[in-house]
Design a protein around this ligand. Sequence first.
Ligand SMILES: NC(=O)c1ccc[n+]([C@@H]2O[C@H](COP(=O)([O-])OP(=O)(O)OC[C@H]3O[C@@H](n4cnc5c(N)ncnc54)[C@H](OP(=O)(O)O)[C@@H]3O)[C@@H](O)[C@H]2O)c1
Length: 328
Amino acid sequence: MKAVVYSAYGPPDGLHLAEVATPTPADDEVLIKVQAVSVNRSDWEHLTGKPLYARFHGLFKPKRGSRILGSDIAGRVERAGRTHHQFHPGDEVFGEMGLYHAGFAEYVCTRGRDWALKPPNLSFAQAAAIPQAGVIALKGIREHGQVQPGHQVLINGAGGGAGSFAVQLAKVDGAEVTAVDSTEKLDFLRSLGADQVLDYTQHDFTTTGQQYDLILDVVAHRSVFAYPRALKPTGRYFMVGGSVATLVQILLLGPWIRRATGKQVRVLGVHRTQQALLAIAQLCAAGTLVPVIDREYPLREVPEALRYLGDGHAKGKVVITVAENVHT
Ligand SMILES: NC(=O)c1ccc[n+]([C@@H]2O[C@H](COP(=O)([O-])OP(=O)(O)OC[C@H]3O[C@@H](n4cnc5c(N)ncnc54)[C@H](OP(=O)(O)O)[C@@H]3O)[C@@H](O)[C@H]2O)c1
């Protein structure tokens, strides 16, 4: 089968289309013919090896079994292993590969425990846009964020994959939303429903004097002491992605900040479940949320797709169309 592979951490030039062995499903797995796979910031992080936590596939270079990136897939089941009973050949399914790899390829194998049947009225491209970004938004805004009507919510990094779902979901749940991203994404943020937008190249949301009930941050990079300033007395700050320095500070000092101020500053570990995937997909299938797809690229153009995301241009999601007719 064809797949896009890399063998060293670095820029997208290190990716190339190659002929590799088609995976064989274990007894408890299914073989899926990939129709579409979306690009996430995590692919960029695993490609470049930055931040350092993205090197768990190999400290100096990606291990042999992890040289195909791409995790969020929508496809059709080709074959089921002997003891796999969840999905059947012909089923249209979608979900996220464990450990963020294997997806930029024509076929993948998965146990599919947290995968689901694709809602019929979502295209493969739309379904592929949902898993990682949509579940981050669902967990951050609803499950852990427990956003209520009237809450003031700030989403930092709002113009990307997770942010574009989070802004929409917070609005659906009745929040007043401030969305933070770069200058070129401000109109896009307004189109998602944001009540206020902030250009991070001009403003630091932790020094505006404004305070929020919830801050969901997909690109945390500040000192841990900056965040409580922007929280109401019982406010919560969730770091979803960002720098290792901020991550370590939050892990070490977040509990102390909570004891001292009553404000919660913590890292949000997003555990994917089939229930969460279905919940967010059903909101998309009902038209309540829109999986916003900025651009689509064919499989051979994965390097261009990653460059587009890495250069900071992507508004919402970027999707790789592996097979034809991904819009059905
Ligand atoms: N916690 C967990 O369990 C978990 C699970 C899965 C993934 N993750 C992480 O979650 C993150 C998800 O990101 P994503 O896929 O939504 O990324 P994305 O699509 O790249 O979006 C990130 C957005 O942040 C913007 N941005 C960059 N620097 C910024 C800054 N200083 N201030 C404000 N905005 C800034 C980017 O725009 P510009 O580049 O144009 O500036 C972009 O629009 C990744 O870091 C991933 O590793 C966490």
